[in-house]
Ligand binder design. Structure first.
Ligand SMILES: Nc1ncnc2c1ncn2[C@@H]1O[C@H](COP(=O)(O)OP(=O)(O)O)[C@@H](O)[C@H]1O
Ligand SMILES: [Mg+2]
Length: 157
């Protein structure tokens, strides 16, 4: 049950990238982010900038559309970036080892609706929706686990 949410308008891709990088500074292994929104909403853009702001060694951050999972070593600990769009069963997700990673890594999950019963209640939801201006997005951040309250408030204020 989601109990709290905050929203903000991100007026450009650069603003989204900067904000994602600021969130990265607060993440620890065991933190799960659900990135929600239609194709082209900016989920991968958000994840890419978040990851690149904490990578130990600079590298490209491709969309994990085909690999399903990409793993990174970051200054905040191990990080998994996953895109579950093409997944058709929760068995496939278990084979990826994703549910274990929810405890041991920072996990960024695109298309988290595919998780079904495997979804972590502790996750922070980041939803990106179209805004009236083409290069803007409305971001809505929601959570029910109190682990996020102080961090999200600091992040968005
Ligand atoms: N304010 C914004 N925030 C994030 N992305 C934006 C914004 N405005 C335009 N874009 C563009 O939208 C596209 C989003 O693509 P992508 O991140 O791959 O989407 P998704 O992973 O949600 O399918 C990128 O080309 C990005 O530059
Ligand atoms: Mg994507």
């Amino acid at each position: 049950m989601v109990s709290q949410s905050l929203s903000a308008v991100l007026s450009s891709p650069e603003e989204t990238g900067t904000l994602a990088g600021r969130l990265a500074q607060q993440l620890n292994p065991g933190d799960v982010l659900h990135l929600i929104g239609e194709v082209g909403a900016g989920k991968t853009h958000f994840a890419r900038h978040l990851i690149q702001s904490v990578l130990e060694v600079h590298e490209d951050v491709p969309s994990p559309t085909f690999t399903l999972v990409q793993e990174y070593e970051t200054v905040r600990g191990p990080l998994w970036h996953s895109d579950l769009y093409r997944v058709t069963s929760t068995g496939e997700i278990e084979e990826l080892g994703l549910t274990e990673a929810f405890d041991t890594a920072i996990c960024l999950i695109e298309w988290p609706d595919r998780l079904g019963d495997l979804a972590a209640a502790k996750a922070l939801e980041v939803r990106l929706d179209p805004a009236p201006e083409e290069m803007a997005r409305r971001m809505t951040v929601s959570w029910s686990d109190n682990r996020w309250t102080d961090r999200v408030t600091a992040w968005l204020s």
